[in-house]
Design a protein around this ligand. Sequence first.
Ligand SMILES: Cc1ncc(COP(=O)(O)O)c(C=O)c1O
Length: 405
Amino acid sequence: MKMDIHRQSKHISYKGNNLFIEETSLLELGEKFQTPIYCYSIKQIRENFLELKNSFKKIKPIICYAVKANFNKKIIDVLSKIGAGMDVVSGEELKLSLECGVDRKKIVFSGVGKTEQEIKYAIKKNIKQLNVESEEELSEINLICLYLKKKINVSLRVNPDIDAGTLEKISTGRSEDKFGISKNKILKIFKKYKSNKNIKINGLSIHIGSQINKLDPFKKAFKKIKNMIENLKKEGFVCETLDLGGGVAIDYDDSKTLKISDYAALIEKIFSDLNIEIILEPGRYMVGSSGVLLSKVVRTKKGENKDFLIIDAGMNNLIRPSLYNAFHKIIPVKKSKKERKYDVVGPICETSDTFLKNMKIQEMKKDDYLVICSTGAYGSCMASNYNLRGLAKEIMIDGKKIFET
Ligand SMILES: Cc1ncc(COP(=O)(O)O)c(C=O)c1O
């Protein structure tokens, strides 16, 4: 394990022995504000978006940032200003996106459990489309449209029965998962709603899981969906739009992840002859590498057979390690040469409040600062007040400018 930030976080780096986020010293941030603090590089977020956008040579997908990955207002604002749309999964995410001035015709609303209220709100706001996850949801949407005397575009989220080969709890495209509509039902639904005055089925969508680090599952899913579109066409149904979801992995542990240019090339190879509008919903890829969780050592503790490094960030701030056994690298804010093995743990009254086990990292002492890397996605947005602990502050860095949010 390299004692360095991972390679996708280009704007978080050591200058001499001190860790910086863009032009701002993390040591100074730690001393100025109360830790733990989520710190994000705006430059990194912009670059991630532009890298994805520019990887496409033939088609110009609508890139709808998956707000669930991090609903920080500044992030939504920054991304929408450079042309991103949003993929939202709740009425509140939709409201926030609209407040941030996101173009409503670039907002898609996904999710298996949209409430009547949320559906009504989305229809009234005239967003691009609802990504529908069941026949039951579709008939509710129909009734709501009748009641409101309004029309809405929907895409049918297909469950392609593909194992994304990612963590069990973030796989979404297998037939046993709760997401999407079985591919065997899609044609029937198109036929049923063919002449419906309130609902226009404009296409299909899929999302097979998150943190997918190989092209193969994408390839299998994309080929299946292409087949479905061609078969629908033979039956006289035109898919105008195809939402390919998110799921692209980031590098948490210096292992190889898929290249974004290969992902884009795959999409172009499979779909460019269809003349169809492509929508993407990246979340983690857009923001994951942009953020760190800055934390301070509360104290060290000698255990029976090991040493514990007790830090002031806990599983209430970052739940991924305890929820998914997810790995996040931990590096010091001030580098030194001495190394030591620790279990890095938080202060919460749960054994699962452990960030790293038996890991060789730099030797540290009380009041030293460290960062938990790659926490821009599914970090702050999954935080809680467990143990009545407060939420970590969030700070956005843009060069030398600091925005507290
Ligand atoms: C429907 C949908 N789209 C997009 C995403 C974003 O996924 P990721 O952050 O892996 O890109 C998710 C996340 O689970 C999702 O459920």
